[in-house]
Ligand binder design. Structure first.
Ligand SMILES: Nc1ncnc2c1ncn2[C@@H]1O[C@H](COP(=O)(O)OP(=O)(O)OP(=O)(O)O)[C@@H](O)[C@H]1O
Length: 308
């Protein structure tokens, strides 16, 4: 693990009476993709807006590369690149015009702007569209321009708010690839409520629910929560007595959906499918289908929030 580029300490914010986030703590290493995951209203935007200095926190501290964001926002913001959910593009400008403009706003020295623009375009694969008016680019390429503006000043830390929202499946894969590439040189924080997104892109995950941090860890640790724990089975001659199912090692609970459809809740996955199939064959339960059910994101949220 490298140095910490972001340190968030006891961060809390309330808009009026209610706390939108409460006592959020995390650190972000200098390289890699970090996912901020949470359902709608969980507190992601509030957290990100504070880290980007769009919003000032009620309590707590944020340090960007060791600089206190509240006390020296101009210095701290030099380290940050930001792509909001709706990319702040000027649709009537060409890609070059727009990126020159962004570099200027980001206080890149005049003499260094041409190099900065070329570097950002090359990184985002848009050099061949330099003279193209942005409104004439596809959604995926517009998003690349949005990412290019976020790295125009070569920041150490980039925040991308729901970066693949509204893109088609091919564009999503391309943007995910690009996120990985830009994270080779810096830390990238993405916010999303899409579970496959974090699993595909992130090295580490932080999950917020009801304004509180409910999970913080590596993607491997997170995936442990996603292990399937339910078998969906269809049997045309199933036993009437749940105990018959429960006698199979690992089965903990039986949910009868219809006469022939069941959800078998199990713990551990050491050969559970084989054991159920063997038992069904030996007892002529007429097994027609058997499949593993993945946990839904809602359930994972609930589990991590301690509600289940
Ligand atoms: N300007 C505001 N004034 C009052 N309450 C707000 C304001 N912005 C957000 N909230 C409340 O703060 C809580 C956290 O909202 P926030 O927008 O941070 O969540 P989120 O995880 O980003 O959700 P979404 O994915 O829907 O954007 C919610 O209960 C929301 O209603």
């Amino acid at each position: 693990m490298g140095n910490k580029i972001v340190e968030v300490k006891h961060l809390s914010h309330r808009y009026s009476v209610d706390w939108a986030i409460k006592d959020i703590n995390f650190e972000i290493d200098s390289k890699g993709v970090f996912g901020l995951l949470g359902s709608n209203g969980a507190g992601k935007s509030t957290t990100m807006n504070i880290i980007c200095n769009v919003l000032t926190q009620t309590e707590g501290e944020v340090f960007i590369n060791g600089v206190d964001l509240r006390h020296d926002p101009i210095k701290a913001k030099k380290f940050i690149g930001f792509l909001p959910q709706k990319a702040p593009l000027h649709m009537d400008m060409t890609v070059d015009e727009y990126l020159y403009h962004c570099a200027d706003i980001r206080l890149v020295p005049k003499s260094e702007i041409p190099v900065a623009v070329e570097r950002a375009k090359a990184k985002c694969g848009i050099s061949h569209f330099s003279k193209r008016v942005i409104s004439n680019l596809s959604g995926g390429y517009q998003q690349r321009v949005g990412i290019a503006q976020s790295i125009i000043h070569n920041p150490l830390f980039v925040i991308l708010d729901e970066p693949t929202n509204g893109l088609d499946p091919n564009q999503i894969l391309e943007i995910r690839h690009l996120i990985h590439e830009i994270a080779e040189e810096r830390a990238v924080l993405i916010s999303t409520h899409i579970l496959p997104e974090v699993q595909a892109v992130c090295d580490c995950i932080m999950m917020i629910e009801h304004g509180k941090m409910v999970f913080k860890g590596s993607i491997e640790e997170f995936n442990n929560y996603m292990e399937p724990s339910v078998l969906l089975v269809i049997m045309h001659n199933a036993p009437m007595d749940d105990a018959k199912f429960m006698s199979i090692e690992g089965i903990e609970r039986v949910e009868r959906l219809t006469k022939t459809r069941f959800r078998l809740h199990f713990k551990g996955d050491n050969g559970i499918v084989k054991r159920v199939v063997d038992q069904a064959v030996n007892n002529s339960w007429h097994l027609r289908e058997i499949s593993l059910e993945k946990e839904s994101l809602d359930k994972v949220f609930a589990k991590l929030s301690g509600k289940l």
